[in-house]
Design a protein around this ligand. Structure first.
Ligand code: ADP
Ligand code: MG
Length: 142
């Protein structure tokens, strides 16, 4: 890989609402290339493991039940120029769509602070951990 990577998930709300294609188009229009992608339906162990850092938070159980409520689409994204993690978090907007800037993915597609359409890694270290949580080396291109 030449650029830096981040891990996103098109969450079950956005898949259910038929926004998978619109979100992928917005991501590609913003200059990211897709290095890996699949559709999965996580069980509680899988979703809980992904959000392990939030296990003690009051919203953890609801978050796991939301993330297991239907299929989602994890993707590894590469940005050739610049910091994929930070720039992608700008593209998606604030966790709560009520606070997200106009034109951001969460402003356009999220329903609520929980059902907020997409995930974005918060550091390079977590991007690598999250990418390998969902994908093997064989599933990641170049
Ligand atoms: P982000 O996804 O913006 O990095 P966090 O890592 O803080 O946000 O939280 C992980 C996910 O947990 C959020 O994307 C959202 O789906 C859910 N979440 C966060 N805060 C709350 C909350 N106060 N109530 C319900 N769900 C929440
Ligand atoms: Mg986070």
């Amino acid at each position: 890989m030449n650029g830096t990577i981040t891990l996103t998930i098109i969450k079950p709300d956005a898949v259910e609402n038929g926004n998978t294609g619109n979100i992928i188009a917005a991501i590609q229009a913003a200059g990211y290339s897709i290095k890996a992608m699949k559709m999965i339906h996580m069980n509680e162990r899988e979703a809980g493991g992904f959000y392990d850092v939030h296990r003690e938070r009051p919203f953890f159980n609801d978050l796991v039940s939301f993330m297991t409520s239907g299929p989602c689409v994890p993707m590894v994204l590469e940005k050739a120029d610049g910091n994929a993690v930070a720039s992608f978090r700008e593209l998606i907007g604030a966790t709560n769509p009520a606070n997200a800037a106009e034109g951001t993915i969460r402003k356009r597609f999220a329903e609520s602070i929980e059902r907020n359409a997409v995930h974005g890694s918060d550091s390079d270290e977590n991007a690598l951990r999250e990418a390998s949580y969902f994908f093997s080396n064989l599933e990641m291109v170049g």
